[in-house]
Ligand binder design. Structure first.
Ligand SMILES: Cc1cc2nc3c(=O)[nH]c(=O)nc-3n(C[C@H](O)[C@H](O)[C@H](O)COP(=O)(O)O)c2cc1C
Length: 206
């Protein structure tokens, strides 16, 4: 398993570039593994802390840290699954037990889950939009870092990222929204490339 280098402290000198064939290869070949195709092991508690510290190094206008992270390990996944199941039953009172169990099992699909919460902090120079983008960047950084550590990852919202009762269980305050649940584990299926939007059709020159 690759080692996480020591992270720099304030004002440590740093290189401007990091030429790396491995990084380019990761970016060119990266794919998400579906949460349902994940098995043990997931990242250890130390590795989870490392992932969060790497995700927190994204560009951040105003140095606000406009995000927070909720870690789900072990039994916490089933406890939160119960929250999801209850929220689902409130929204869909007629749902049958099989479907409710499906909702209850959401987080236990993967060994570890990290919820990234976008936390907009009023600031004169860093608009809300930029702070939300920053939380998205933290999610993507986590995916890349997880793959580099040797773990499969998927960024998921599904319906429960937007449910008020689930949000209450995450203690969402004003200005906070779920940016995503990052599911983490070991891939137990082969991946193939998916169809992608052609960037060429979306490029113009000014
Ligand atoms: C904000 C966001 C939310 C997403 N939510 C879901 C989701 O709820 N369910 C899902 O199957 N994929 C979701 N995806 C897509 C997957 O994360 C992933 O991109 C896709 O499965 C495969 O793309 P990839 O292999 O290029 O990463 C979401 C992506 C983003 C950026």
């Amino acid at each position: 398993m690759p080692n996480l280098p020591d992270l720099p402290r304030d004002n440590d000198p740093l290189p401007a570039t990091h030429p790396s064939d491995e990084t380019l290869k990761l970016l060119a070949l990266r794919r998400s593994t579906l949460a349902r195709d994940m098995c043990e092991p997931g990242p250890s508690t130390d590795e989870i802390n490392g992932l969060i510290r790497l995700a927190a190094r994204v560009p951040d206008h105003g140095k606000l840290g406009p995000w927070r992270f909720v870690i789900f390990e072990g039994d916490a996944r089933a406890r939160f699954g119960e929250v999801i199941a209850q929220a689902f039953q409130k929204a869909e009172p007629g749902a049958d037990e099989e479907r409710i169990q499906f909702e209850r099992d959401r987080l236990t699909r993967a060994p570890k889950v990290i919820c990234v919460i976008s936390k907009v902090i009023p600031h004169p120079k860093a608009p809300e939009w930029e702070q939300i983008l920053c939380a998205g960047a933290a999610c993507q950084t986590m995916l890349i870092a997880a793959n580099a550590m040797g773990y499969a990852a998927q960024w998921i919202t599904e319906w429960y990222a937007y449910d008020a009762n689930v949000g209450a269980a995450l203690d969402l305050e004003g200005g906070e929204r779920v940016a995503g649940f990052i599911y983490l584990g070991t891939a137990n299926s082969e991946l193939t490339e998916r169809r992608r939007a052609d960037p060429v059709t979306r490029i113009s020159r000014y």
